[in-house]
Design a protein around this ligand. Structure first.
Ligand SMILES: [Zn+2]
Length: 493
């Protein structure tokens, strides 16, 4: 015999003999395979459901939502909150919905006030260490999302999109789990172009994002109880470039029958528009950048600009001019125009984006960064992108700074953010960004005061360094490392 318990969101069954509870169904989770997972997962599952855990007895490892006392022995239980978290999520570069409109979207810029706590650490030249570590996910080349997906607590997901593997971090057990696809779930592989997903701002339970896959756009749902995921098709066509959002529209590049087309839809009205772009390349696009009412996709061959409701415009770069897409991304001049760095065979220059007759501004050397967080070798460039660098410390002449993440602070003359500083490096910037091994690198916070957060010995492929914010810490990941490094932004609870 078994008793059936119904809570507002779930259905449970209690075994009459063992007095154990089994979850049969819960809102938004789809099929539940309760027997398949280990008991060690239950503390995490209870937090996601807002269920109850034993506090003073061993009668059962988990109880339905709202249970205040153990029905077997009457002892009090630990009741976990069931209301969805309001904490802002982390979706990787480019998906921060809180940024003001005059900041380009799609670049590694965050609205989170990271500097408030990081700048309280001992200033440079003191070399710090990370506070906490976390094992890297088993499939280490991945993108991260930290969000609540409609649950009471945030959880971290790592999607290895070149292999289509979705990984879930159980923070209670401190373990990564590979999520299995439900029957009929689409492959999550996307390799044609740079990766970007579209977060859902008011997610239903388990709803993650609209994700690009090689076969189209999919709405991704997770079931952390069964450690599975499922997908719903949003667009069924081979995808060429990652999707972007502008105002109420989303758009991406597809190639349904061998010809590239720009596909767009209104999020609230299913209103689909398509434009044929027959001569566009079918891979190698940057993730989209949103600025001034338009979405931009950049390519080695040129720039594509699109304004909702209008035909997209592709503008090849001027003859001989090659963009340096690895150097960072677009940056703004004081008059609000967007520029990208490149090389014309003779020297570097900034080229205006979004104009049919772009202006060029020659410069005397490489500049790394994006969104007004720019460096010429070891020195910041403030004011215009082509202004002379601001030399505070001559010793930084033989270092090279690679910006990773800007913290938006509305102060153009003092941009702040996370950077890597390569020491005793006077070679070409292009080589530092490749597979060359850099003997000494420091991880630094640049702001009202500069803080050396950590030191890295023998770093290569620095562009694979990925910062993210999760569980009150700033984290830095590199696929070559065994552990991710974390710096606390708040006191542990
Ligand atoms: Zn009990």
């Amino acid at each position: 015999m078994a008793y059936r318990w119904e809570t507002p969101a779930s259905v449970w069954q209690e075994d009459e003999r063992s007095r154990q509870f089994e979850l049969l169904a819960s809102e938004g989770l789809g099929h539940i395979d309760w027997q398949a997972h280990a008991q060690g997962r239950l503390p995490d599952v209870a937090r996601l459901l807002g269920a109850s855990l034993p506090a003073g007895c061993d009668c059962a490892p988990i109880y339905p939502e709202g249970f205040a006392f153990c029905p077997n022995c009457g002892r009090a239980l630990q009741r976990l909150p069931g209301t969805p978290s309001r904490q802002p999520g982390w979706w990787g570069p480019g998906a921060d919905a809180m940024l003001p409109r005059h900041v380009p979207h799609g670049l590694p810029v965050t609205s989170l006030p990271l500097g408030d706590s990081l700048e309280e650490r001992p200033a440079a030249p003191q070399v710090g260490r990370c506070d906490v570590t976390m094992p890297v996910p088993p499939n280490a080349c991945c993108v991260f999302a930290a969000s609540h997906y409609g649950f009471p607590e945030q959880r971290l997901l790592a999607l290895a999109h070149t292999r289509g593997v979705l990984q879930y971090w159980d923070p209670v057990a401190s373990l990564w789990h590979v999520m299995a696809p439900d029957d009929g779930a689409a492959s999550l592989v996307f390799t044609a172009s740079a990766y970007a997903w579209l977060p859902v701002l008011e997610p239903r339970r388990g709803e993650v994002a609209i994700v690009p896959t090689s076969a189209g756009l999919q709405r991704l749902w997770i079931n952390p109880v069964s450690e599975t995921y499922r997908t719903e098709t949003v667009l069924d066509a081979p995808l060429v470039a990652a999707p972007g959002a502008m105002r109420r529209h989303i758009a991406c590049l597809v190639r349904p029958e061998g010809t590239v087309r720009l596909w767009s839809a209104r999020l609230d009205a299913d209103e689909v528009e398509e434009f044929a772009c027959p001569d566009l390349p079918a891979s190698g696009w940057s993730r989209p950048i949103g600025y001034d009412g338009r979405l931009f996709w950049l390519h080695e061959g040129g720039q594509l600009a699109w304004r909702p409701g209008q035909a997209p415009q592709f503008t090849p770069w001027p003859p001989g001019w090659q963009p340096r897409l690895d150097f960072g991304g677009p940056t703004q001049s004081r008059d609000g125009r967007l520029w990208h760095i490149g090389h014309d065979g003779q020297g570097y220059s900034f080229l205006e984006l979004g104009s049919e007759h772009p202006q060029a501004a020659p410069i005397d050397g490489a500049r790394l960064g994006f969104a007004n967080f720019l460096f010429r070798r070891g020195h910041p460039v403030v004011d215009e992108p082509w202004s002379n660098e601001h030399v505070e410390d001559l010793n930084q002449d033989d270092t090279l700074v690679l910006p990773l993440l800007r913290a938006f602070n509305n102060n153009r003359s003092q941009p702040s953010g996370l950077v890597l500083r390569f020491h005793k490096y006077t070679g070409r910037a292009e080589e530092a960004l490749g597979s060359r091994v850099i003997p000494r690198t420091t991880v630094e916070w640049i702001g009202r005061r500069n803080v050396i957060l950590d030191e890295v010995v023998r770093l290569s492929r620095p562009l694979e360094c990925l910062p993210f914010v999760y569980a009150g810490c700033l984290w830095l990941h590199h696929p070559d490392w065994n552990e991710m490094r974390g710096w606390r932004l708040e006191e542990p609870a």
